[in-house]
Design a protein around this ligand. Structure first.
Ligand code: FAD
Length: 448
């Protein structure tokens, strides 16, 4: 008889996992707290977007959705930097042809996944059913339906893909379950606010379309990603408190003055700046690490429920999708034995998600403080030259973003060593032209 599986959370990772398990022949029930986003009005090109890259694409390829998703993406070939008082410039993501990240609508991607899930006969979807806990000993999960009735669903295996405030993780923490469970939740000093740049009157893009725009200001920053309808989703990352902070932006005049001082080229592009600022919530940013991810070999958490990270490497969704492809590979190695895979999965995978969590924090400081710095720019230039000339050299950014088969922990270890060496080289020169690039390459080879 096939396994009966319950997946809690029909967001990005939960829906992908449900599809994969159903494709493997299991009887899958996918239950979501919210209403079906396909029946809601807001979804369109202007919903919030995310950077999708190779690890995420690999997982989508596994379920046969890569091509369809790519049709909904806008390639972003590099960072378009808007320095304070200076000329805009582009810093490519890679020195190699065809390497780019993709801007994709979160809602659009979720809809594609849900449609695929619904097309599978052995996958049942249920919406408007928040989970309020899991009985790990059975296992069985408890839900409230729209009418407020208590519903209990039992299964052979339960997967919690219910995001950073996971109810399944909460159940693992409860002491009566006799699980020795560690949890750390570290909030960043900064929060975020989503704003927007609408399309131009003719329907085109008001800035370079194929780039991720950054206004780095040392201490805070603004970023913008393109949407298919010509708009950009803009995000302000700013400290909670202090001289430049959310706390100081209390009135329309405060907001206008802050943006006019720090982002003067963005202000004319943002006619709804003040409405967006006060109409949209201020989001918190946290890194969540926990251990173990499984209980009794029957329940497993994954995606943000197991390892939420800050968004500065554009890897949270990619890592959550990669969770599913790594789980699938392990299931193959274990001849389809779910219990064995659930028991060993977290132990193997956590090293890599801890690494991307740390890299994402590093990138927060890089994007905010260093991308406009001349030493850092020289380093990026050398990295691009090295990638163009030497097929066996790959920068840290490329290892994380474009090397879908290299574990995050290995990318971090190797990338950090390379970074240290290259920053030393760049501090000692005033122009990249002074360097013999083949000498730099030889030095790099020594530390590999
Ligand atoms: P979620 O997407 O949070 O999905 C969880 C699902 O579970 C939701 O549908 C939710 O409604 C449901 N749910 C929650 N509680 C319950 C419950 N009790 N019962 C039933 N269902 C429940 N990642 C990238 O790769 N690239 C980016 O560019 C990027 N940018 C980001 C920008 C910002 C500002 C933020 C905050 C995050 C960003 N991320 C990015 C990270 C990415 O959003 C997450 O890593 C990703 O959404 C995780 O997917 P998930 O399915 O695990 O969780």
């Amino acid at each position: 008889m096939s396994n009966k599986v319950l997946v809690i959370g029909a967001g990005l990772s939960g829906t992908l996992l449900a599809i994969r398990l159903a494709q493997r022949g299991m009887q899958v029930k996918l239950v979501e707290k919210r209403s079906d986003i396909r029946k809601m009005e807001f979804v369109g090109g202007r919903s919030i977007n995310l950077a999708l890259s190779d690890r995420g694409l690999k997982a989508l390829r596994m379920v046969g959705l890569e091509e369809e998703v790519l049709k909904q993406c806008i390639p972003m070939k590099g960072r378009r930097i808007h320095p304070s008082g200076g000329e805009e410039f582009t810093s490519p993501y890679s020195g190699r042809e065809g390497k780019h990240i993709n801007s994709v609508s979160r809602g659009g991607l979720n809809i594609l996944l849900l449609n695929k899930a619904e097309s599978l006969d052995n996958l049942e979807l249920q919406f408007d059913m928040p989970c309020d806990g899991v009985d790990l000993d059975r296992p069985a999960a408890h839900f409230k339906d729209r009418e407020g009735n208590n519903i209990r669903i039992s299964a052979d295996y339960i997967f919690g893909a219910d995001g950073s405030n996971s109810a399944v993780r909460q159940s693992m923490q409860e002491r009566h379950h006799h699980l020795v469970f560690s949890l750390s939740q570290q909030y960043l000093s900064h929060a975020y606010k989503e704003l927007s740049i609408p399309p131009s009157e003719g329907g085109g893009f008001r800035m370079e379309k194929n780039a991720l725009h950054i206004w780095p200001r040392g201490g805070f920053m603004l970023i913008a990603l393109p949407n298919l309808d010509g708009s950009f989703t803009v995000t302000l990352f700013l400290a909670h408190e202090g001289e430049n902070s959310f706390k100081k932006l209390q009135t329309a005049n405060d907001v206008k003055a802050f943006f006019t001082t720090h982002f003067p080229d963005a202000v004319p592009l943002m006619p709804t700046l003040v409405e967006d600022f006060f109409g949209h919530p201020t989001g918190l940013l946290a890194t969540i690490k926990c251990d173990p991810w499984s209980a009794n070999g029957k329940t497993l958490i994954l995606g943000d429920a197991a390892h939420a990270i800050v968004p500065f490497y554009g890897q949270g969704m990619n890592a959550s999708f990669e969770d599913v492809s790594v789980f699938d590979q392990m299931l193959d190695l274990n001849s389809g034995d779910l219990e064995k895979t659930i028991r060993s999965y977290g132990k193997q995978r956590k090293t890599d998600t801890d690494a991307i969590a740390d890299l994402a924090i590093d990138n927060f400081y890089e994007m905010r403080d260093h991308v406009a710095n001349p030493v850092f720019q020289r380093k990026r230039k050398i990295e691009m030259e090295l990638e163009k000339k030497y097929p066996d050299y790959t920068s840290k950014y490329s290892m994380v973003t474009f090397n879908e088969d290299m574990p995050y922990a290995r990318a971090m270890e190797k990338g950090r060593e390379q970074d240290r060496m290259l920053m030393n080289v760049c501090e000692g020169i005033s122009s990249v032209e002074e360097l013999d690039i083949s000498e730099v390459y030889k030095q790099l080879k020594k530390i590999q």
